[in-house]
Unconditional design. Sequence first.
Length: 241
Amino acid sequence: MENAGPVTPAIKYEEVDYFLHDTSLFTEGLLIHDGLLFESTGSPDKGRKSLIGYNDLKTGAFIKKVELPHDSLFGEGIVFFKDKLYQLTYKNHIGFIYDAHSYRKTGQFPIAKEGWGLTTDGASIIMSDGTDTLNYVDADGYTIHKKLPVTENGAKRDSLNELEYIKGYIYANIWLTNNIVKIDPANGKVVGKLDLSTLAFKAALTTGGDALNGIAYDSTTSYIYVTGKLWPHIHQLKMSQ
């Protein structure tokens, strides 16, 4: 029998809790900042504006939100970096900057390709564009100063979407799958995979939820929060590694 080849190590998890999530939200970014769970959404149809806000986990409603000015602007990933909140757009080739306290828009920056996910290692902003490459961005000049090709078992790992930086590793949703991969930033290799098919199946059965998308890490508890586009719940998970 032929060898099936290398298999990415599975990351085990247990579900600690779950919270309500507005099923009208087309989730594109998720993060925790100062104890609050922030979400960024897209606008897949006319009449629906993309927004950023932070959630009341008890009700699933936004406590505060900021909408993009036009429904043609499709919001994507978000990250807090150096007292500013950054937001990507999908194909509009522009990103927005907000004050980290008032959430008032203070500026914008160009995006050469598509905008997908954002995170930070504390020194740089890290951005995905749906390919197999992560871009390290200088927040002062908004220029790419490093490119990190990502591979899984020797093959290109493309479709990198929403990002989160957890304990020295980059975690990425893989678009149109139920997987989150763990990437070693030292060499771009995928060293683990979190399969959330069970949660995605429940969301699809309950409300017809769309793709898994959204990872947030709470450094005070080491829990992660995951959800998806149009999902009915945000899930609180404890990972084994």
